[in-house]
Design a protein around this ligand. Structure first.
Ligand code: CA
Length: 418
């Protein structure tokens, strides 16, 4: 098994097989730097670039790791990204003395993860949110429209989505300001205005676009991989009472666009490749432009924790898996562009809430507490049906390999009163 000269615990999210990209700031220094995570450290790619370590002309000439975000690197395309990954992986190998034995460079280019502030790694372009979990769509459908109309007729034929708002996509750790809005209590004839009473999280995973596409040129399911740079964890914060009132007939608006949190490390599809797996059986058979072969999904274990102000430590409230998603990322991207819609570097495409069949795998408070009828009991005696001010939600994700894991780190956010 490939090993690094940097010691990495077997339960670390960031072994040499992962090498996710992020943007960080050293506490004593305000300049953002691009790096990859390795064990408890970040390898500072800007410093490696200073040292002329990136000898490939496409990478070197452009000073690609001198940028304040990953967009320039992401736009270079899969081939260059794979070359960079191989170069970085090679430099970190335990049997390669080039960086390992250069003590002076070592001291400059490695920084402890705990000594930095992680920044938004990408200038997010457009944000699209899918709705690709059959279990989640069915659960919400039952609660919003009743059992008979739970899954609408289009759902099994296309990956339903809406255009979200990129301006409010925030990095993990950013406080979430409790939104105000309009909602109509079931026993009233007219709506009220105030703080949402039904604050929720949504367990999602998003992918980020690398190379851009051209307007008018659809991306096929088989080419989609080329345009996807990597994946992050996403919490698509939601206000259910606002959503229930406003969503007819055009879909979510203010119930969703006040904040969407993303994790700081972008895990590449190259790193996730060994964890490809089958998705759910698709019946009815999708139309030909949506047909995928082989293993189009990924086995990513997902966990959601809540930390209230009174709880001494975060408490696990859901365990789900990315592979439960009915529509895979290649189908999502093919569908998104089939009408000629172009995509640009840095666009974020989120999966939609990922729920499994079991209640313990539901990806939102709405489902876990079943619209407020089954409160979640916390170990200190507190109960929750929705989130309250002061509550923090932490989402973690990883793929379990044999003796190593490909982890995403976490995305967290705390709801605060405005
Ligand atoms: Ca969502």
């Amino acid at each position: 098994m490939l090993r690094s000269f940097i010691q990495v615990r077997t339960d670390s999210d960031f072994p040499i097989q992962n090498l996710p990209y992020g943007v960080f700031r050293r506490i004593e220094d305000s300049e953002p730097h691009i790096g990859v995570a390795i064990g408890d450290y970040i390898l500072d790619l800007r410093i490696l670039e200073d040292e002329g370590m990136f000898f490939n002309s496409n990478l070197k000439d452009k000073k690609i790791f001198y940028e304040k975000s990953l967009n320039a690197f992401m736009s270079l395309g899969k081939e260059n990204q794979s070359i960079a990954r191989q170069m970085i992986q090679n430099l970190l190998r335990e049997d390669n003395p080039e960086l390992r034995d250069n003590k002076e460079l070592n001291e400059k280019c490695f920084v402890k993860i705990t000594d930095v502030e992680m920044l938004m790694p990408v200038e997010i372009g457009d944000y699209t949110d899918f709705y690709s979990s059959k279990e989640h769509a069915t659960n919400v459908g039952i609660m919003f429209r009743g059992k008979e109309n739970a899954l609408l007729p289009n759902w099994l034929h296309l990956p339903v989505a809406y255009h979200g708002r990129a301006s409010s996509v925030v990095i993990s750790g950013t406080d979430i300001i409790h939104p105000l809005g309009q909602f109509k209590p079931a026993d009233k004839d007219i709506p009220e205005f105030g703080k949402s009473k039904e604050m929720d999280f949504e367990l999602e995973v998003g992918f980020l676009i690398g190379e851009r596409s051209k307007l008018g040129e659809p991306i096929s399911v088989n080419e989609a991989n080329k345009y996807i740079f990597g994946m992050v964890l996403v919490n698509d914060w939601s206000a259910r009472d606002i959503q229930r009132w406003e969503y007819v007939p055009l879909g979510p608006f203010l119930a969703k666009n006040f904040a969407t949190s993303v994790s700081p490390w972008i895990v590449t599809l190259d790193a996730l490749e060994p964890f490809k797996t089958e998705g759910p059986n698709q019946n009815p058979e999708p139309l030909s432009y949506l047909k995928t072969n082989g293993n189009p999904s990924y086995d990513i274990k997902l966990e959601v924790y809540i930390k209230t102000q009174k709880l001494s430590e975060p408490y696990l409230i859901s365990k789900s898996n990315f592979k439960y998603l009915y529509w895979n990322i290649f189908q999502q991207l093919a569908h998104h562009t089939v009408n000629g819609c172009n995509i640009r570097t840095g666009d974020l495409m989120a999966s939609g809430t990922i729920s499994g069949v079991e209640k313990s795998s539901f990806g939102s408070m709405l489902e876990l507490a079943w619209k407020g009828t089954e409160p979640i009991k916390l170990p200190n005696g507190e109960e929750r049906i929705f989130l309250q001010d002061g509550d923090t939600i932490i989402i973690k994700g990883y793929c379990q390999g044999d003796g190593y894991r490909i982890g995403f780190g976490e995305v967290s956010g705390k709801i605060i009163s405005q």
